[in-house]
Design a protein around this ligand. Structure first.
Ligand code: SF4
Length: 262
């Protein structure tokens, strides 16, 4: 027992300071918001477009565009570009309120807005979510799960996952919505009392990801349920998911700084 206490004291406080302090340093391998340098792409060779496995990157006459809702952050486009016009930053805030805001052409990303005042009053201090994996590979599910560890400690924001949709204020959905899971998803959504919110996490839930176009899936939640928060990535880093959730609940200031619970 003394050994356990000593170990506990040695470990100290493990929960990150974010959002009251700096965000944790992300690993060098983390790939966040793309960097698109049109000036290095005057001819438009389209090598990046050909390399992309999900048709996420496109090239118009004067702009490269990445659909973050389709992007797997695989960097194939970066490696294919002979001019170095495509890169990836380590900027993790990527969640948006609208699907169209995920079409990124190198300018500022329109990040997620807070829920409307009435809904925020209900969920701002206490949000219970039912997670539905509708054909996910467990990548997004794992990174959502990480939020419940002592490092992220999602519960300190009043956000908790619950087993029953009857106890939930909304759904957090992963996976491309396979044919076999669609009815289950619709029934789960129906079981949540109104008002309710829907959060689509990962490229699959937003667009079908690498499965888009295949007959046994629906290409994501779009067109099935109304979506309040889009969290891109394959899978999204836990910081991207946490940042999106806190923006939705208006728990980050206008500059990403901390704000006290309202
Ligand atoms: S990083 Fe995204 S845009 Fe680039 S090739 Fe991979 S999926 Fe396509």
């Amino acid at each position: 027992m003394f050994q356990a206490i000593r170990e506990r004291l040695n470990q100290g406080h493990r929960t990150m300071a974010f959002p009251d302090g700096p965000a944790p340093a992300l690993p060098d391998r983390f790939r966040g918001l793309p960097i698109l340098d049109q000036s290095k792409c005057p001819g438009g060779c389209s090598e990046c477009v050909s390399a992309c496995p999900t048709d996420a990157i496109s090239q118009t006459a004067d702009a490269l565009q990445v659909d973050l809702g389709r992007c797997l952050f695989c960097t194939d486009c970066m490696e294919a570009c002979p001019e170095g016009a495509v890169g990836f930053s380590n900027s993790y805030p990527l969640a948006t309120s609208r699907r169209e805001d995920l079409i990124f052409s190198g300018r500022e990303l329109e990040l997620a807005k807070a829920l409307n005042a009435k809904t925020l009053k209900l969920f701002g201090r206490s949000l219970k979510l039912r997670q539905v994996s509708a054909g996910g590979c467990n990548g997004c599910e794992s990174d959502v799960n990480v939020l419940n560890t002592v490092v992220f400690d999602l519960g300190r924001f009043g956000i908790k996952f619950v087993a029953s949709p009857r106890h939930a204020d909304g759904l957090l959905i992963t996976g491309p919505i396979t044919k076999n899971m669609r009815l289950a998803l619709e029934k789960t959504y129906a079981a949540v009392a109104t008002p309710k919110i829907v959060i689509a996490v990962g490229a699959c839930a937003i667009s079908g990801g690498p499965f888009a176009g295949l007959p046994d899936q629906s290409g994501g939640v779009e067109g099935i349920l109304p979506i309040d928060l889009y969290v891109p990535g394959c899978p999204p880093h836990p910081m991207t998911i946490l940042d999106g959730l806190l923006r939705l609940l208006d728990r980050l200031g206008s500059h990403g700084a901390a704000s006290s619970p309202k």
